[in-house]
Design a protein around this ligand. Structure first.
Ligand SMILES: [Zn+2]
Length: 234
């Protein structure tokens, strides 16, 4: 194999590594954002549990106000009853008292039912809180792992870039480097590829001409695929 082909292969390997590391470094912050988004469901569930409970507390408060109003009415009616001298009115006021007392009973029963529901809703808040804390723990862990990974990849990237400089120095051919770079970008990292014994270019998978294949085999000059231009070696 030609020396410059060997050096180009080494350079391409380094460039592929750099490309993969850079892509991963772009991906990591996105993964961290996605991890944070996993909290959204738990946060929403907690907010719903809190607002359901709050609505129930308001309902209870209203029932208590209704009970208070009726108890006041009962007190007022009892005073009126005490003050009246008419039998008929006394009886009528007494009936009113009974009617209000029955309402108070119903309202107190309703209040107890609501309080039971509110207890259940408070338990749901506690559950949602615990679930959020648990998810938060996983998310924090994942974000920290991703941060460690990013630090490692950055170090690897710096190393790969140093290797690349050495590869370029070894190649020591600016024209060939230029044509390699154009091909590397155009052929998505497949600038220099093997040509199979069936003369197939492994970058574009089209057959090269027998002349190109012969050139690649002889190694007397750099051979390029007739279809995609990739540098081919046997
Ligand atoms: Zn090709």
């Amino acid at each position: 194999m030609r020396e410059d082909v060997k050096q180009l292969l080494a350079l391409q390997k380094t460039d592929q590594r750099i490309q993969a590391l850079e892509a991963e470094l772009v991906r990591i912050p996105k993964l961290q954002e996605a991890a944070k988004e996993r909290l959204a469901n738990d946060i929403a569930a907690l907010a719903t549990a809190k607002s359901n409970n709050q609505a129930k507390e308001v309902e209870i408060k209203n029932v208590e106000l209704d009970i208070g109003t009726r108890k006041n009415s009962i007190d007022r009616l009892k005073i009126q009853q005490f003050e009246t001298k008419k039998n008929e009115e006394y009886t009528k006021l007494g009936q009113e008292v009974i009617r209000y007392e029955a309402q108070v009973d119903d309202l107190e029963t309703r209040e107890l039912e609501l309080m039971e529901v509110a207890d259940g809703l408070r338990a749901k808040i506690a559950e949602a809180d615990a679930s959020l804390a648990k998810t938060q723990g996983f998310v924090d862990e994942e974000i920290a792992e991703l941060a460690t990974r990013a630090t490692e990849r950055k170090a690897e990237l710096a190393e790969a870039k140093a290797t690349r400089e050495a590869n370029v120095t070894d190649l020591n051919d600016e024209d060939l480097l230029d044509s390699y770079l154009r091909l590397f970008n155009k052929r998505e990292g497949q600038a220099i590829v093997k040509v199979t014994t069936e003369r197939s270019c492994t970058s574009c998978h089209v057959q090269v001409t027998p002349a190109t294949y012969a050139l690649a085999q002889s190694g007397s000059a750099i051979a390029n695929c007739d279809n995609c231009g990739a540098i081919v070696f046997p």
